[in-house]
Design a binder for this molecule. Sequence first.
Ligand code: FE
Length: 254
Amino acid sequence: MIDIHSHILPGVDDGAKTEEDSLAMAREAVAQGITAIVATPHNKNGKYDNDRHSIINSVEILSELFVKEDIPLIILPGQENRINGDILEDMKNGNILPINDSKYLFIEFPSANVPRYASQMLFDIQVAGYTPVIVHPERNQELIEHPGKLYEFVKKGALTQVTAASVVGKFGKNIQKFSHDLIEANLTHFVASDAHNTTTRGFCMHDAFHEIKNKYGSDYFYMFLENSQLLVDNMNVNRMEPSQVKKKKFLGLF
Ligand code: FE
């Protein structure tokens, strides 16, 4: 299985701090059945900047270390871009790194809201020839309250990725429920770990895929597995017709 979202590079953001941390994460990833992992350090999130060149460099170093340590894990370069007004400019400047240099670009919203310019930005990214992948929409407060906004983004061509830990309830019941709402409404296309370490923000990939297979059957299980492979191979991914998240009953008033 391929994990398309991780903070495994050492010392570049709030993920692995040292090479030892990275190795511990890599060994855990292998134990979970992961064969290839995309390193997606934060970029322009207000705290961490990681441009294309530095990420590619760091991935090469870590890749050599995996070989030296006999860890059977392929590492690929990526970047988690906090949405900001400079993305198109940064594409031209060569600061942006789509996942494994494909057409797929990770876009992260702030956790509390969705900026007003998001819709236009997602459109502009597509006009520039890229497909935005909105990461962990299930952890965004505004999208939890107004899932119709995510539906609009997906309708207009964006893809989304839910976090394995959310699917299994590590971020609480509400976020777990919303993750499953998104799967059921065909509003998400990838399941990835967003692992930062091996403890508090671990992989949970084995458990999440197990839960998906149990709850939704083999078709969904294989679709999610295949989509991550298709993404890193820069192929078109499986998309099913999205629907609106069903309004949940609130205190029995509806
Ligand atoms: Fe992340």
